[in-house]
Design a protein around this ligand. Structure first.
Ligand code: RB5
Length: 155
């Protein structure tokens, strides 16, 4: 089945966003959109770019998201403010695999000032190849994460 991916980031994240777009274009099993700010949205803060893209995932318009900024930290912190979103900062392929398998992360984040384009592509490849199994030992841990959203989200 075709996986729908949303990618994007702030100006600092663009080198990786472009590299990831180039990689995703080579795959016929995914479709993707780049939701980075348009020239008209150039004043947008990375928190608000992240909000747009994370909400597109939360609302089911995309299966997964890949967000980039200078460090990957700002977009990760911002995405995790959206109840129900689990975003993971991944700068190595093992973490990319575990982000899916252990954390059921719908979003991974990376930093253009931290890693280069080839590692970013390998991270994306590993993440997209990895699936969460709710019957695994990680199932109750992800349920416990989601319970925190319920506990601390405004009613
Ligand atoms: C922008 O300069 C930079 O702060 C941002 O891209 C990100 O790294 C923040 O976490």
């Amino acid at each position: 089945m075709t996986m729908k991916i949303i990618i994007g980031g702030d100006s600092a994240g663009q080198p990786l966003v472009k590299a990831i777009a180039d990689y995703l274009k080579t795959r016929d099993d995914v479709t993707f959109e780049d939701g980075s700010p348009t020239p008209e949205q150039s004043d947008e803060r990375y928190a608000n770019t992240t909000e747009r893209l994370a909400m597109a995932v939360k609302e089911g318009r995309f299966d997964r998201g890949i967000l980039c900024c200078g460090t990957g930290l700002g977009v990760s912190i911002s995405a995790n403010k959206i109840p129900g979103i689990r975003a993971a900062l991944t700068h190595d392929t093992y973490s990319a695999e575990r982000a899916a398998k252990s954390n059921n992360a719908q979003i991974i984040t990376m930093g253009s000032r931290v890693i280069g384009p080839e590692l970013a592509k390998a991270i994306v490849e590993k993440y997209l190849a990895s699936e969460f199994d709710p019957q695994s030992s990680s199932g109750p841990n992800v349920e416990a994460i989601d319970a925190l959203d319920q506990k601390y989200s405004p009613a």
